[in-house]
Design a protein around this ligand. Structure first.
Ligand SMILES: NC(=O)c1ccc[n+]([C@@H]2O[C@H](COP(=O)([O-])OP(=O)(O)OC[C@H]3O[C@@H](n4cnc5c(N)ncnc54)[C@H](O)[C@@H]3O)[C@@H](O)[C@H]2O)c1
Length: 259
């Protein structure tokens, strides 16, 4: 089924793939889009919570499927792309959102295994999604990719250097798509949350102590926290306005000035 994106718009009834849809921002965005009538492919490696998001999306009247996948595994990525195509014929929008944090440390204190783990999920996982979704969008005549980046794409918070590197990398991928696919109807927008109260920081906080807390405080200007539901508004806006926003990043930084 070939659909043309005459105005670069994403319309209700179109198919949206969301990674990291089990909890936090991915789940909040899924439920927002479910209420608007989008057809959803919800991807996560957390099967129990991912299935729950799909059930809750269906309860809101949406068509939704859950696909268990580890976004850092190439075969799993091929699987969620194939399942999206067989469920809904194509992929109109791709919300490349799954991500992790690793414990707060100085760079020399990280194990290579920790470095590989976060790079594999936050960067390679996002790249694999882009690699396998774009051919579907080319076939479809266009589409929009929203990458969940971070205020750490601009300014690292203390003791978070490897995470900051992953989010700088994802901002780079976003800008490259904006630059390289503008004549192909494929758009990419970054959404940069700053300080949502989700479970992602639990894993990072295992090393928290007074010194790290003080350093994070000192490197973080005062800011207004946002809920996942509030940032989901930015995800939906980015998705619906790819043509206008492609190559750019929406900062949800709560009053911090980021470059
Ligand atoms: N919470 C914040 O303040 C904040 C700030 C900036 C950016 N972000 C980004 O927002 C995105 C969503 O995070 P969140 O805050 O909602 O946290 P979260 O932990 O609630 O959500 C992340 C989701 O990704 C899933 N996931 C992680 N690794 C995966 C993998 N390998 N394969 C499949 N699924 C995987 C998790 O199971 C979870 O459902 C992340 O990319 C994160 O880096 C969050």
């Amino acid at each position: 089924m070939k659909r043309h994106h005459m105005k670069g718009e994403i319309n209700v009834n179109q198919a949206v793939v969301i990674t990291g849809a089990a909890t936090g921002l991915g789940r909040a965005t899924a439920l927002k889009l479910a209420g608007e009538g989008y057809r959803l492919v919800l991807v996560d490696f957390n099967e129990e919570a991912g299935k729950q998001t799909a059930e809750d999306a269906k309860a809101l009247g949406a068509e939704a499927i859950f696909v268990r996948a580890d976004v850092s595994n190439e075969e799993d990525v091929k699987k969620y792309v194939e399942e999206a195509k067989s469920a809904f014929g194509t992929i109109d929008a791709f919300l490349n959102n799954a991500g992790i944090m690793v414990p707060f440390r100085l760079l020399h204190e990280y194990d290579v295994e920790e470095y590989d783990r976060i790079m594999n999920i936050n960067v390679k996982g996002a790249f694999l999604g882009i690699k396998y979704v774009i051919p579907v969008m080319l076939e479809n005549g266009g589409g929009t990719i929203v990458n969940t980046v971070s205020s750490n794409s601009f300014k690292p918070t203390a003791y978070n250097g490897v995470y900051a590197a992953t989010k700088h990398a994802l901002a780079g991928l976003t800008k490259s798509i904006g630059q390289d696919y503008q004549d192909k109807g494929i758009y990419a927008v970054g959404v940069a949350p700053n300080n949502m109260k989700t479970t992602i920081s639990k894993n990072a906080s295992v090393t928290m102590n007074q010194e790290i807390g003080a350093a994070i405080h000192a490197t973080t200007p005062p800011n207004i926290a946002a809920t996942a539901e509030e940032v989901a508004e930015a995800m939906a806006f980015a998705m619906k306005n790819g043509k206008l926003l492609t190559g750019s990043i929406i900062n949800c930084a709560g009053g911090q000035i980021l470059q």
